[in-house]
Write a protein that binds this ligand. Structure first.
Ligand code: ZN
Length: 317
């Protein structure tokens, strides 16, 4: 055996040399392409709404990778193997939390276990619970419908970025955050003035699923019900759910039902037929940004479009 061992070691030597020179070639290749890109810090964000918010904070200081594509459903989107690997390699992972991204949570948790810093934005901005439906008393993840909470989120994301992402200009990130925060403050004031035009007694919402609880609380709307009486799009309504919603809608004299534009509004249409009332079904961008040119490519654009649709749908002058 003692004579075999050196042979074994010697037989490895050429392979190791080859690997070493291969690595050298690879390194040369990388540095040859773009030396400044070598250690570009990366922030990985799960949803596209948080992706836009994070990009506004980070600017050009780091790479921001968004996992959820435009128009996807945050409750059901999944990630590819390369995306899952990118989560673990990130300098910081920004996610919504509160049970929103059901198929991505285990990857975020794995990254966390591996020591990657993560920020669950929804959990950090003062979550509320659902007040009705089958998700009653569970935390509501749809915090972005309240722009004031998003303004708070902007500050939190900036703090995490400056703490965990190396090689960035912290002053630039802080400046970005304060400029974007100011735009959101302006948005909130504008939304309030638009909603003030809705006749008293019409500030009530019926939506596809329970997605506007935060907006309702911030701006004083009553939630009459949801077509899917749940906090997730993954549930579906029973006949008796539809019936009781129909009764509630009739009793409250609701003028419009708001359906998510990223999903077929088939359910809302069914309800409209069932209660035999002249009710508009108005599409809203409730939980995903769209591609450019499709009405809600940014968070600010999405909120402005929804505000106009809600105000008009409920009879604002
Ligand atoms: Zn939702």
């Amino acid at each position: 055996m003692s004579t075999d061992s050196p042979t074994v070691h010697r037989s490895w030597a050429p392979a190791r040399l080859l690997l070493a020179s291969l690595a050298g070639v690879l390194l040369l290749g990388v540095s040859g392409c773009a030396a400044s890109e070598e250690h570009r810090p990366t922030v990985v964000v799960t949803t596209n709404i948080l992706g836009d918010i994070t990009r506004n904070v980070v600017g050009d200081e780091a790479e921001v990778t968004v996992l959820m594509r435009a128009g996807a459903d945050p409750h059901s989107f999944g990630v590819s193997a390369p995306q899952a690997a990118s989560i673990e390699r990130a300098d910081l992972v920004v996610h919504n939390g509160l049970g929103l991204e059901e198929n991505v949570l285990r990857h975020v948790e794995a990254a966390e276990d591996a020591g990657t810093p993560t920020l669950a934005v929804g959990e950090a901005v003062g979550p509320i619970t659902y007040t009705a439906g089958e998700s009653a008393d569970e935390p509501d993840p749809h915090f972005w419908t309240d722009p004031e909470r998003v303004r708070k989120a902007v500050g939190l994301i900036a703090d995490e970025v400056t703490e965990h992402v190396g090689g960035i200009d912290q002053a630039v990130v802080e400046k970005n955050a304060s400029a974007y925060g100011a735009q959101i403050t302006e948005l909130t004031a504008w939304m309030r003035s638009e909603f003030d035009e809705i006749p008293a007694g019409q500030r009530q919402l019926v939506t596809n699923h329970h997605v506007f609880g935060y907006l309702a609380r911030r701006f004083g709307f009553r939630i009459v019900g949801a077509v899917i009486p749940s906090g997730t799009t993954l549930a579906s309504p029973s006949a008796s759910d539809l019936e009781s919603l129909a009764t509630a809608v009739e009793t409250a004299g609701v003028k419009a039902i708001f359906a998510d534009s990223s999903q077929p509004d088939r359910l809302a249409q069914v309800l409209k037929r069932e209660i035999d009332l002249d009710i508009d079904v108005v599409p809203l961008f409730s939980e995903s940004l769209t591609a450019k040119g499709e009405g809600a490519a940014t968070y600010l654009q999405m909120m402005r479009a929804n505000t106009t649709s809600i105000a008009t749908g409920l009879g604002a002058e």
